[in-house]
Design a protein around this ligand. Structure first.
Ligand code: SAH
Length: 215
């Protein structure tokens, strides 16, 4: 039997997002409409709307829906921004950001996953304003900088300097920082030349690789 995806999505938004305090109507609407089942491996499609990360191959995961919603909400996007998505994976997180911003650059270090994201975004017709690139996102992607929003979906030992440099003013950066097992989700807000840092929550992400990540 094919699951009733729209009602699974509605249930996820109510129970996992609204109940936990996600309020941005644009974020809730994006998560209500984007077919997460199109971004998870075929054999775990029935798990698409579970309250947890899911394996997408190559030892990587698509983040828990709540974490994606929280990160998107923290960016306070209005629809006019250029956003950098570091750790593109399946392309789902990029699809959510694509609904919230004018343009998204999604960078992924594993070539096969960058291809997968491109295919998923093309098949769902959600990739119109999203450019998928393959490379080391810990160095950002200078070609499209500055970014009003930067979202990092892999855990870094520290905030990579190039990401701070490519963050616009005003600009907001969300990134998990800590050790390989436990991190805090940090929000960096740049405004009128000053930079402020907040801790949004505690979290567990797969490690960021590359020059600004774990060797
Ligand atoms: N946001 C993704 C999943 C994130 S998992 C989704 O929606 O499916 C973290 C991803 O970050 C993995 O795909 C991993 O390969 C990638 N990654 C790790 N280090 C990276 C780096 N330095 N640059 C770009 N991508 C990186």
């Amino acid at each position: 039997m094919i699951p009733d995806w729209p009602s699974e999505r509605r249930r996820m938004v109510e129970r996992q997002l609204r109940k936990r305090g996600i309020r941005d109507p644009r974020v809730l609407n994006a998560m209500l409409t984007i077919p997460r089942e199109e971004f998870v491996p075929h054999e775990c499609r029935v798990c698409s709307y579970q309250d947890e990360p899911l394996q997408i191959g190559y030892g990587q995961t698509i983040s828990q829906p709540y974490m994606i919603a929280l990160m998107a909400e923290l960016l306070e996007l209005t629809g006019a921004e250029t956003v950098l998505d570091v750790g593109g994976g399946s392309g789902y997180h990029a699809a959510v950001l694509g609904q919230l911003a004018a343009r998204v650059v999604s960078i992924e270090i594993i070539p096969a996953l960058a291809r997968l994201a491109e295919q998923n975004l093309a098949r769902t017709a959600l990739g119109g304003n999203i450019t998928v690139v393959c490379g080391d996102g810990s160095q950002g992607w200078p070609d499209a900088a500055p970014y009003a929003g930067i979202s990092v979906a892999a855990a870094a030992p520290d905030i990579p300097e190039p990401l701070l440099a490519q963050l616009g003013d005003p600009g907001r950066l969300v990134i998990p920082v800590g050790d390989r097992l436990d991190q805090e989700l940090r929000l960096i807000v740049k405004s009128e030349g000053a930079t402020h840092e907040h801790i949004a929550t505690f979290c567990r992400f797969v490690p960021l690789r590359g020059d600004g990540g774990w060797r």
